[in-house]
Write a protein that binds this ligand. Structure first.
Ligand SMILES: [Zn+2]
Length: 196
């Protein structure tokens, strides 16, 4: 097993081969983890929340669902989920601009810059930022169509287990945002485990 620790408020990228099984672990609980995937053969083909919602006909994915790229290629199949099972698919990543929008300092660390940084280090300059799969983020849709924020209910050790359906780069950012108290206080970090 290969373990990659994500320090609070930072991101890590790992390479997965088709068939690899990976767990994103909420090491200390209540941490929202913004997650992206990029096809190894064409980084512009990316894990897409909108395409995956269309592919699964769900706004909250669950074990058995296969998430797809912008060209509807299968990317990740959810195998298991020990958390309460709510992983937002609607919210944009936090960014310097969103920090200002919500009244936080622009200089506060953010998932968008985290993603750009780890991909730039791999030679990929991202112009447009895909909507992340916001693992462990509770932002339920209300009956009137509005969204609310609830602190993540994920417990320490909860994980989402996935199988890579293609060679890809997986990026996870332990979200630094405190807007909406989505991670129940300060960020705590997370862990990526490749288990086989
Ligand atoms: Zn964030």
């Amino acid at each position: 097993m290969t373990t990659t620790s994500i320090a609070p408020g930072t991101a890590r990228a790992i390479e997965l081969a088709k068939g690899d099984v990976v767990r994103v672990v909420n090491s200390e609980g209540h941490q929202v983890v913004d997650t992206w995937a990029f096809a190894a053969d064409m980084p512009s083909d990316q894990l897409s929340m909108e395409h995956s919602r269309s592919a699964t006909y769900r706004i909250l994915y669950q074990p058995g669902d296969t998430l797809v790229s912008t060209s509807f290629r299968p990317m990740l199949t959810i195998l298991a989920d020990t958390s309460p099972g709510i992983h937002d698919t609607l919210h944009a990543a936090c960014s310097a601009e969103s920090n200002v929008f919500y009244g936080a300092p622009a200089s506060h660390p953010n998932c968008q810059d985290n993603l750009k940084g780890v991909m730039a280090a791999r030679g990929v300059e991202l112009v447009n930022i895909p909507c992340p799969w916001n693992l462990f983020e509770h932002a339920p849709v209300q009956a009137d169509g509005s969204l609310i924020d609830e602190p993540s209910a994920a417990k320490a050790g909860d994980y989402v287990e996935m199988r890579a359906e293609m060679d890809l780069v997986l990026v996870c950012s332990a979200c630094p945002s405190t807007v909406g108290d989505i991670s129940q206080g300060e960020p705590r970090g997370a862990t990526i485990q490749v288990i086989g």
